[in-house]
Design a protein around this ligand. Structure first.
Ligand code: IMP
Ligand code: MG
Length: 337
């Protein structure tokens, strides 16, 4: 079966951390990523830290095969760099139709004043490359001989594996409100970031989906422009210890408190079946690195229980620290699995 991980706010919810935990815990046969190199993921495990932009965060489990679906885009340089840094070249596969971003699209995007100044793009050439794909002039992975050792028919491989009973983890990127269709246009990215978009990018229909796990951070952050309800000024955010630095661009992230209205709507847009909450320790310092629910401070437990009452979807995973294993896993208790 297929499990999908999707971001519920504006990206940077901690999907990379949850994906790395799930890969270590569940050992999926394949982890597949969507999206492109504008999306940074931070993965910490065993005192190592990686900042990756294109390979699945599940790379920390050495037995998991890593794939990019046909809807993904990458630059060859970034892909090769990450495969080396994570030592995962021999278990990586990409679909023939992955779009290839070149220096030209990066240059074009960085000189596009509307995208860079008004939207606040990350400047990785993703929007320009996707526009060229729509115009049918973008080159794909199959057009580059140096990629031939990685290229396969990904949807076909996924279906064969699912039908054999293998478990697949699809790692979405960015967040629901950056979706080209469902986000706050024009302050959005160049793809549909929701669960249905993830399915279409990897080439599988909904029949095989088991769970859709939506990831929310314990507060909301946004990089780039566009609305952010309840935005704190930098000083307030600093005082609360909520300032983060963006993985790809190095910009300071804008900060707002957890937004229940956005969370509810995101659950609908994604038909989420489980909720993962990350960075609980940012709100409750004594929750740091706690790995058992009973050991959480009582205010933290109350916060989680109130939230679950409102969202009406089980909160099954709770992140309490940067390491992949700093995770409280309530799936057995909540779902009987
Ligand atoms: P673009 O996708 O680089 O054009 O950026 C469009 C908007 O989406 C900008 O506000 C970016 O900051 C934001 N964005 C794109 N990718 C990510 C991501 O992975 N995390 C957070 N924001 C992102
Ligand atoms: Mg990120």
């Amino acid at each position: 079966m297929l499990n999908i991980l999707v971001g519920g706010f504006y990206g940077d919810e901690g999907k990379g951390k949850i994906a790395s935990y799930l890969s270590l815990k569940d050992s999926p046969h394949i982890a597949i990523r969507t999206g492109s190199i504008n999306a940074g993921h931070t993965v910490c495990y065993n005192n190592n830290k990686w900042k990756i932009r294109i390979i699945p965060s599940a790379f920390v489990n050495k037995s998991t095969k890593l794939m990019l679906g046909p809807g993904a885009l990458t630059s060859i340089a970034e892909l090769i760099k990450e495969l080396k840094e994570t030592n995962s070249e021999d278990r990586f596969f990409m679909d023939y139709h992955v779009g290839i971003i070149t220096e030209k699209e990066i240059y074009e995007e960085r000189n596009d004043e509307n995208l860079m100044k008004s939207v606040g793009s990350t400047g990785q050439g993703v929007g320009y490359a996707e526009a060229k794909r729509i115009l049918r002039i973008l080159k794909l992975a199959k057009d580059y001989p140096e990629l031939s050792k990685y290229t396969i028919d990904v949807p076909n491989t996924l279906i064969e594996e699912i039908e054999k009973g293998s478990e697949i983890l699809a790692e979405g990127t960015q967040g629901t409100y950056l979706s080209l269709y469902h986000g706050e246009y024009p302050y959005v990215t160049s793809r549909n970031t929701t669960s249905s978009g993830i399915l279409s990018e990897i080439g599988i229909g909904p029949k095989y989906v088991k769970d859709i796990i939506i990831v929310f951070k314990s507060f909301v952050t946004r990089v780039g422009n566009g609305p952010l309800e309840g935005e704190l000024n930098e000083e307030e955010a600093e005082k609360l210890g909520l300032i983060e630095i963006a993985t790809v661009t190095g910009r300071k992230r804008r900060v707002a408190p957890f937004n229940i209205k956005l969370a509810k709507k995101a659950i609908q847009l994604n038909t989420a079946t489980q909720v993962a909450i990350t960075k609980l320790d940012a709100l409750f310092k004594d929750a740091y690195k706690v790995r058992e629910y009973e050991k959480l401070p009582s205010e933290a437990k109350k916060w989680i229980e109130d939230l679950e009452d409102q969202l009406k979807v089980p909160i099954t995973l709770i992140g309490t620290g940067e390491d992949a294993m700093d995770t409280i896993d309530l799936r057995k208790e909540k779902l009987g699995e």
